[in-house]
Ligand binder design. Structure first.
Ligand code: OMP
Length: 282
């Protein structure tokens, strides 16, 4: 598929979530998980792990989120596995959100956009994660490449780690940094139906939301439930009426059910069903 016939990301995400339910599963091949699955901590073990995840999940789960670092640590062989994970997951109908958390000066950002958000690149995914630490505006080349090709981005706003609040909750002219990220994303998503392609990342573990997401008009990726201690009830409390655009994501919480393909798939489906009933979705 080329950018000419790919629908905008917000529409594609909305459709796949309507069909498959609101869940993203992270493909995070931790060395400890490889061991638990009886696999060697090398590129062959990585390949078996990652392709088992694709086999179990890509035909059923709306979004898969491979975490790049766990592939990069095996060098070029690991990156080759990541390329297969992206291509084979897309073929099975999943949206692939490549978790790379990029952010750099504009001209270098253009090179990241060419690598991850442009047709013809072997690492092009449907969306990537971005860090706004160099300023939201520095991410512009990624926004443009994504918009042009029916792809999306998820910008870190309130991350799930305990160190996050020093920076993200700091005030800038009376608004928190996180709120400035929300507002800048909202401005770019305004008027797009059903939703815009600039998503945000807001952790399930953050305690209180403290930002106003009402005008975002974009998806919210919510990591941190499961292995990091966040619960579905935390998600419901945090997002209340904006719950419809929330996409919970979990990695270890599902991956620990492997290596059996059926056990892995049923744990993912069980998680998805729990989200659907907690949210009163669909
Ligand atoms: O962008 C992310 O995906 C992300 C943002 C965040 O605030 N917290 C967070 O945990 N993540 C990622 O989400 C995944 C969480 O994995 P588990 O804790 O195993 O569910 C990891 O790949 C993290 O890198």
């Amino acid at each position: 598929m080329t950018h000419a016939d790919r629908a905008p990301f917000g529409a594609r995400l909305t459709d796949v979530v309507a069909e498959r339910g609101p869940l993203c599963v992270g493909i995070d091949p931790h060395p400890g998980l490889l061991t638990q699955w009886g696999l060697p901590d090398d590129a062959n073990g990585l390949e078996q792990f990652a392709l088992t995840c694709v086999d179990a999940l890509a035909g059923e789960i709306a979004v898969l989120k491979p975490q790049s670092a766990f592939f990069e640590r095996y060098g070029s062989k690991g990156v080759a596995v990541l390329e297969r994970v992206i291509a084979e997951s897309q073929q099975a109908g999943a949206i692939v959100l490549l978790d790379v958390k990029r952010g750099d000066i504009g001209s270098t950002m253009a090179a990241y956009a060419a690598a991850y958000l442009t047709d013809g690149s072997p690492l092009a995914a449907d969306a990537i994660t971005l860090s706004p630490y160099l300023g939201f505006g520095s991410l512009e080349p990624a926004f443009q490449a994504a918009e042009k090709s029916g792809r999306g981005v998820f910008v870190l706003a309130l991350t799930s780690n305990p160190e996050a609040s020093d920076v993200q909750r700091a005030l800038n002219g009376g608004r928190s940094i996180a709120q400035t990220v929300v507002d800048a994303a909202a401005e770019r998503n305004a008027g797009i139906t059903p939703i815009g392609g600039i998503g945000l990342v807001v952790g399930a573990t953050i305690g209180t939301l403290g930002v106003d997401l009402d005008s975002l008009n974009g998806p919210v990726l919510v990591p941190g439930f499961g292995a990091q201690g966040g619960t579905l009830s935390d998600i419901r409390t945090l997002f209340g009426k904006s719950l419809r655009s929330v996409l919970p994501t979990t990695s270890r919480g599902v991956l620990r059910a492997g290596p059996d393909v059926f056990a892995l798939r049923s744990e993912a489906l069980r998680t998805r069903d729990a989200i659907v009933s907690a949210a009163g979705h669909h």
